[in-house]
Design a protein around this ligand. Structure first.
Ligand code: HEM
Length: 165
């Protein structure tokens, strides 16, 4: 996994639980303190960090990944991807439908990326069915929390409404 993701995880732990918790977490998992954004690290590092964080904080992997999903949105904005996220789609359907194109575009910078893929279907009652495909196991709880952030942050209006900005 790219260092960008591990740095995001580190930043989340420090912001929500403090520097000492991060130090304890990285010592327990035996991982380094800093990650280079454009360097690829073994997926085990990310998974170990999530696993040990669950043990230390006494929460489920679902809860940690949900927090990560929410935080990832903010982290991307702060890392200079705000504009890219804003221009991704006029509504939630378009936003999700364009996620593959976003990751494809990002793979110009993150060339070894093994990106997830998404497909969205609209049901008869107007609800949406999101399909998430990944070569990695155990990260699916990131997805709804991450996407929900776009709705709560009002960048993407709910389905059926068209943004004017
Ligand atoms: C501009 C914003 C974004 C950036 C810069 C970004 C960047 C990245 C990067 C660098 C990875 C690591 C891939 C690898 O190392 O192989 C990744 C993975 C991932 N991204 Fe994005 N991403 C963005 C937006 C999103 C959004 C909106 C979602 C919505 C759900 C998303 C979902 C994921 C997931 C779930 C993974 C984990 C990898 C997997 O599932 O296999 N990303 N992204």
């Amino acid at each position: 996994m790219y260092g960008f993701i591990n740095t995001c995880l580190k930043s989340l732990v420090i912001e929500k639980y403090g520097e000492e918790t991060w130090d304890l977490l990285r010592i327990k998992t035996g991982v380094q303190d800093t990650f280079m954004t454009y360097e690829v690290y073994k997926d085990e590092i990310t998974l170990q960090l999530v696993d040990k964080a669950c043990q230390m904080l006494g929460v489920s992997p679902e809860a940690v990944l949900q927090q990560f999903g929410e935080y990832f949105f903010e982290f991307c904005k702060r890392s200079g991807y705000d504009h890219m996220l804003r221009t991704l789609g006029g509504n939630l359907y378009e936003f999700i439908a364009n996620l593959d194109a976003l990751h494809s575009y990002l793979s110009l910078s993150y060339q070894a990326m093994n990106a997830p893929s998404f497909r969205v279907e609209v049901n008869d009652d107007g609800s949406m069915h999101l399909h998430y495909y990944s070569d990695r196991r155990g990260l699916c709880h990131i997805v709804p929390a991450n996407i929900a952030q776009r709705v709560t942050c009002c960048i993407i209006p709910p389905p059926g409404r068209v943004t004017s900005s």
